[in-house]
Design a protein around this ligand. Sequence first.
Ligand code: ZN
Length: 200
Amino acid sequence: MFLACTRAFSSEIRSFLDRLAANLYLSRMSIRPILTAPDPRLSAISEPVARVNDEIRELVDDMLDSMYAEDGIGLAAVQIGVPKRVLVMDLARKDGECQPQAFINPRLLWASDETTVVQEGCLSVPDIWDDVERPARITAEFLDRDGTLKTVDADGLLATCLQHEMDHLDGVLFIDYLSKLKRSMALRKVQKARRLKEAV
Ligand code: ZN
């Protein structure tokens, strides 16, 4: 729509308007740095949200901006240093769509005995991927961004992602499920990558 409306303008004005639109978009975005392991803040037990208000909705928006900026599909508030029980997720992005979801005060109600093994990664443990076994299906309740209590029956990627993100709220990372050797190798790799990045 915006492009169609500006078609009549000269290319100079169009490029000025494009820059203006991009700047307006960027100024609204709030990308916060994501903590990486073994930052002790990632081990915090997150506090429940007392009331879903504008402050929480702003946190949700910042989390989504931060998650999209790093090409992630899920993020817990504690990963940007806010120990509140808030998760965001977008599992549709791989298909080129956007379906942002917020899960506030999520609580596991049921987990299947049947398990599944999925290769997981985490924005707080960048470039490390490994198999984790978890219940294949779960039922959880949560508040959405309007503060409405909802229940979700999840399987597949949603079940894995929800369990991974809910672990963050209790200070648990997916590498905590790996052998001691694999976990310490992963931590060393993450720390080395961070030192290299900081040295640039
Ligand atoms: Zn994670």
